[in-house]
Write a protein that binds this ligand. Structure first.
Ligand code: NAP
Ligand code: G4F
Length: 349
């Protein structure tokens, strides 16, 4: 029997890769998109199928995480086997500017879906996109037993979603799981997140289109992995016999400064300091200084381990952004993908 999955946030970085992965696995995939006055589905345009033709596998539905009736109707109509709840206002800095809507979407949005699952009485498996931001400045390495200390409205909402997911599992027996994912990046990363902001700037500077990049706290450290590998972990989490929560991370941490060093050197631009200006507007009222995940449980129970290391990730992203500007990319990143993912299921960006 063909499995059905529903993805919230299907047009985002993770949603687009997950849709591609599930289609590759033979699923029928349904995704919720928001209405906007322009199309915002660029990341999934290559997957789009005209609903009028036969044997369609991908279906898009208008919806919003603030709309309870809409979510209930979609869940009852589609009757998915699995829901991957990835939709969120996912930018930590922006969450300080719009805390109320962030908590409504990123916190209450999760509750709305869980209530709809409970009321539907369908045996739906639920994946919650929880975040390493929930750990705040608690000492690394962080694992499933590390206490939370959220330092942004975004992280507070994610802690609520984490807890309500666990609570619905314990109280109502729903197969509800949290993936506590550390930062994962790639060629479809939103342009305002620091990694992509840097690799796009590198390509533009190389092309002579820009001279500078303006950044905030470049001493912050993150555990940065490769997005497509994290997508596979999400799916594995829902294929276990028992619902559970998992940290997904590389186990290494690097600063924004190190990211700059590798990216500018790799593109042949030399010392990044020539191009970087620090701008106060990109600092946060409270920062998370250092995230390092301990992915041991995922290794033992899911047999999941990150293949792409930090330098490789930077090279993959720089190659992609240089190619987008029709520049000759150094190509090491492309080679790494070919070598490490012979069964690559995603379209090269
Ligand atoms: P993303 O690229 O920002 O995608 C988020 C998606 O959520 C977008 O498609 C967006 O729709 C949708 N969305 C936002 N508000 C919505 C609303 N009110 N109703 C319905 N959909 C809404 O984020 P991502 O990097 O793919 O991350 C996916 C999830 O994992 C998020 O929940 C994020 O918080 C979490 N997470 C991400 C990371 C990471 O490093 N990437 C790490 C840990 C956790 P539009 O396309 O219309 O904007
Ligand atoms: O790229 P970032 O905005 O990602 P951040 O805040 O770590 O959040 C991402 O990862 C989380 C998982 O831990 C997700 F839950 C969340 O949805 C999102 O995907 O910032 C990374 C670091 C921060 O310390 C920030 O202060 O980079 C620093 N930074 C320095 N200059 C900057 C900039 N961040 C951004 N976005 N823009 C800058 O100019």
């Amino acid at each position: 029997m063909e499995k059905k999955a529903l993805i919230t946030g299907i047009a985002g970085q993770d949603g687009s890769y997950l849709a591609e992965f599930l289609l590759y696995k033979g699923y029928q995939v349904h995704g919720i998109i928001r209405w906007d006055s322009i199309f915002t589905t660029e990341r999934i345009d290559h997957l789009y199928q005209d609903p009028h033709v036969n044997n369609v596998k991908l279906f898009l539905h208008y919806g919003d995480l603030s709309d309870t009736g809409n979510l209930e109707r979609l869940i009852n109509q589609i009757k998915p086997d699995e829901i991957y709840h990835l939709g969120a206002m996912s930018h930590v800095k922006v969450s300080f500017d719009m805390p109320e809507s962030t908590v409504n979407i990123d916190g209450l949005g999760t509750l709305r879906i869980l209530e709809a699952i409970k009321n539907s009485k369908l045996p739906i498996k639920f994946y919650m996109a929880s975040s390493s931001e929930m750990f705040g400045n608690n000492a690394p390495p962080q694992n499933e037993n590390t206490p939370f200390h959220p330092r942004s409205p975004y992280a507070c909402a994610k802690v609520f979603s984490f807890d309500i997911t666990r609570m619905y599992r314990e109280a109502y027996g729903i197969f509800a799981c949290n993936g506590i994912l550390f930062n994962h990046e790639g060629c479809r990363r939103g342009p305002t997140f620091v990694t992509r902001k840097i690799t796009m700037a590198v390509a533009k500077i190389k092309a002579g289109l820009e001279k500078k990049i303006y950044l905030g706290n470049i001493n912050a450290k993150r555990d940065w992995g490769f997005s497509q590998e994290y997508i596979e972990a999400m799916w594995q989490i829902l294929q276990q016999d028992q619902p559970d929560d998992f940290v997904i991370a590389t186990g290494e941490s690097h600063s924004v400064k190190e990211f700059l060093e590798v990216a500018f050197q790799y593109a042949g631009l030399g010392d990044f300091k020539q191009y970087v200006e620090i701008d106060d507007r990109y600092f946060r009222p409270a920062e998370v200084e250092n995230l390092i995940g301990d992915p041991l449980k995922a290794k033992n129970k899911l047999n999941w381990e990150a293949k792409i290391k930090f330098d490789e990730l930077v090279k993959i992203m720089v190659d992609s952004d240089m190619r987008r500007l029709n520049l000759a990319a150094p190509g090491e990143g492309d080679k790494i993908i070919k070598e490490k993912f012979p069964d690559k299921w995603w379209k090269v960006d």
